[in-house]
Design a binder for this molecule. Structure first.
Ligand SMILES: *Cc1c(COP(=O)(O)O)cnc(C)c1O
Length: 403
């Protein structure tokens, strides 16, 4: 792998495993919409979507119409929902490619109805109800009116009704149950009036893994598919990290005590030591906050990041690690052979959330996909926890996708 300055290894077998865990949690009869917004949280939406579809997931959730169109252009034919909203200019191409749209206002109903009529298509829409997130979505008291308007719009087809849970602790938080109660009240009213159509969905990863019930017809996990659960929720141990962020040592330097490192000289060597320069910085996804706080893995050992992280480079103190050479692989998070530097731990040091770290892995970092051959068919039971590969066994199969 030494031909890259930095690469994010994406373990498709771990993704397969996590999707099987998710499917088991969701239970039979509940569909899975994999959320692949923000380039699949930095993992590469096209490759992740293709693989997830092969694993039997039902549909995909994206953040913008451009993300949806990227998947369509790459040949993904599964249903795709723009979870948030569109700006008006995006609507026509979105409808032409049979991309589903969240709807949250009367204006939107009118605009989409007119556009769909002109294009000669039926727009597939999900009514988004705001039960406490306070972001997008129509308030419960206006929801029935919107149900009615969608029903009356001949070129709109209601294929889903959704809300979004705000609590990071999912069903462990009382606020979630209040949201569920409000949502249920709207669903009941719509059902009574014969206006309820399509699939009902609300659960993100946190809700799914904390046993929220009912899950209705569809769940919308994102982060858990990538092997991470927010806030150390139960079930984290069942998941496997998908991304490992890796680079290599490009320069080694023996320095005397008192040598300072980086902008503003925030670190100086307490003793003579050896410094390794890594060709990655905050543009590549090494959080600036990790300066003088974070660690990396090199030769199976932890080495502290010293001085500030800069845009293109990071310096680590490897004085205690034997035999470090230029070209050695260095792990910034994820797996390294038998060792692991957990993304959650790195996020804590960087005073952020794991979501932000994987999303921040920059364009210069090559995504390298490994594994992905062994696929359980949707009708098969989930695979057992994966076997640890033998050290001298060749890696199964390696596909590289530009990115
Ligand atoms: C991002 C998102 C999700 C997925 O959330 P995770 O916490 O990553 O599981 C689900 N639904 C909506 C509307 C989202 O925006």
């Amino acid at each position: 792998m030494k031909h890259y300055r930095a690469w994010a290894e994406i373990d498709l077998d771990a993704l397969t495993h996590n999707l099987a865990v998710i499917r088991r949690r969701a239970g039979s009869g509940v569909g899975v919409m994999l959320v692949v917004k923000a380039d699949a949280y930095g993992h590469g939406a096209v490759a992740v979507a293709h693989h997830a579809v092969r694993c039997g997931i039902d549909s995909l959730g994206v953040g913008t119409s451009a993300e949806a169109l990227e998947l369509r252009e790459a040949g993904v034919r599964a249903p795709i929902l723009v979870l948030g909203t569109l700006v008006d200019e995006e609507a026509a191409s979105t409808l032409r490619h049979r991309i589903e749209i969240g709807i949250h206002s009367s204006d939107r109903v009118t605009m989409l109805e007119r556009l769909a009529r002109n294009l000669g298509v039926r727009a597939r829409v999900h009514l988004n109800i705001d039960t406490g997130m306070g972001r997008l979505g129509v308030l419960p008291e206006s929801a029935l009116r919107l149900f009615g308007e969608i029903h009356a719009a001949r070129h709109l087809e209601l294929v889903g009704v959704m809300t979004h849970i705000s609590a990071a602790r999912g069903a462990l938080d009382d606020a979630t149950h209040e949201q569920v109660r409000r949502f249920q009240a709207v669903l009941d009213q719509a059902r009574d009036r014969g206006l309820l159509r399509g699939r009902v969905h609300l659960a993100n990863s946190a809700s799914l893994f904390t046993g929220l019930a009912p899950l209705h017809e569809l769940v919308r996990p994102g982060i858990s598919a990538y092997g991470i659960l927010p806030g150390g929720l139960p079930g984290a141990a069942e998941l496997q990290p998908v991304m490992s962020l890796t680079t290599q040592v490009v320069f080694l330097k023996d320095v005397p005590a008192g040598t300072t490192v980086g902008y503003d000289s925030t670190w100086s060597a307490p003793r003579a030591t050896r410094l390794a320069t890594l060709p990655v910085g905050y543009n590549d996804g090494v959080a600036w906050r990790l300066g003088n706080r974070g660690v990396v893995l090199v030769r199976g050992q932890r080495a502290p990041i010293v001085g500030r992280v800069s845009m293109d480079y990071t310096t680590v103190d490897v004085g205690h690690v034997r035999g470090v050479e230029v070209g050695d692989t260095v792990t910034l998070f994820g797996r390294a052979g038998g060792e692991q530097l957990a993304l959650e731990e790195v996020a804590r040091e960087a005073a952020t959330i794991p979501y932000e770290l994987t999303c921040s892995v920059g364009k210069r970092v090559k995504r390298v996909y490994v594994g992905g051959e062994a696929l359980p068919l949707p009708s098969q039971p989930a695979p057992p926890t994966r076997a640890v590969p033998q050290p001298d066994e060749p890696r199964p199969h390696r596909t590289e996708v530009a990115g």
